[in-house]
Design a protein around this ligand. Structure first.
Ligand SMILES: C[S@@+](CC[C@H](N)C(=O)[O-])C[C@H]1O[C@@H](n2cnc3c(N)ncnc32)[C@H](O)[C@@H]1O
Length: 240
């Protein structure tokens, strides 16, 4: 069965995901950093360090949300960063943040669907995505779009939750993800479904070699992974 935010809703997954992020946009940043104890920032930083080796001039940050990965990506010294997302309300929060950081000359936001992007073929040197691909309605179509808009030799850096495999992290992670996180997330955001959807969607999503195989199947030349913090998250790096 497909894992969606609001089981029982007559809307499709994409509509539900948009609605969910619109609902939680005002609390998203606070909850993100609070529930991850700030580790999410370190993961993005690490991903940006890896991306910097490719010296991209143009970056498309897919599923940019409130723009944290786009903002972190300024450290690559890129000349243009586009933050692209389904949720209008997440983008609004991101725009305010980018203004505060005085980065509006570098980072522009655009609303749209990453499974059908309004960009030409081979138009970006790099794609970044943090905690986005798991929410796609159709992962393969989304990855095909990444491949299409990347220049030859371009790189996709994908940060996503994965599943720790070994005792005791596997057990601790499940307890935290299924018991503590939905409780606090639901209480603060007032959207209980959003924070039960998170662990369920992580469990249902391919990680490790399964995700690497999908990247290669979609046409990427090489794909490697760097597991983070006992496997709670993974950075995947795929070159066109
Ligand atoms: C968990 S947030 C991640 C935000 C940000 N990348 C970060 O690191 O905090 C996931 C974002 O993906 C967006 N999203 C999900 N499916 C999408 C799609 N098909 N096209 C564009 N954005 C999408 C949501 O609107 C949401 O803002």
């Amino acid at each position: 069965m497909e894992v969606t935010p609001y089981q029982g809703s007559s809307n499709n997954k994409k509509e539900q995901v948009e609605q969910m992020f619109d609902n939680i946009a005002h609390k998203y940043d606070f909850l993100n950093h609070f529930l991850s104890l700030g580790i999410d920032k370190l993961w993005r930083k690490k991903a940006v360090r890896l991306l910097k080796n490719y010296q991209p001039k143009s970056i498309l940050d897919v599923a940019t949300g409130t723009g944290d990965f786009a903002i972190a990506a300024r450290k690559t010294n890129a000349e243009k960063i586009v933050g692209f997302d389904l949720s209008e309300k997440m983008i609004r929060v991101g725009e305010q943040k980018v203004k505060r950081f005085k980065l509006d000359h570098l980072i522009q936001f655009q609303k749209g669907d990453s499974e059908n992007m309004p960009f030409g073929d081979e138009s970006f040197d790099a794609i970044t995505v943090a905690f986005g691909v798991r929410n796609f309605e159709n992962l393969e179509i989304g990855l095909d779009e990444f491949f299409r808009v990347l220049k030859p030799g371009g790189v996709a850096v994908i940060l996503e939750f994965s599943k720790p495999k070994y005792f005791p992290f596997k057990q601790l992670y499940k307890f935290y993800f299924f018991k503590i996180l939905p409780f606090i997330g639901g209480l603060v955001s007032k959207d209980t479904s959003a924070y039960s959807y998170l662990p369920e969607s992580v469990m249902a999503f391919p990680d490790d070699h399964d995700f690497l195989s999908i990247l290669i199947e979609r046409g990427f030349d090489t794909a490697i992974q760097k597991r983070q913090t006992f496997g709670i998250a993974t950075i995947y790096l795929a070159v066109k």
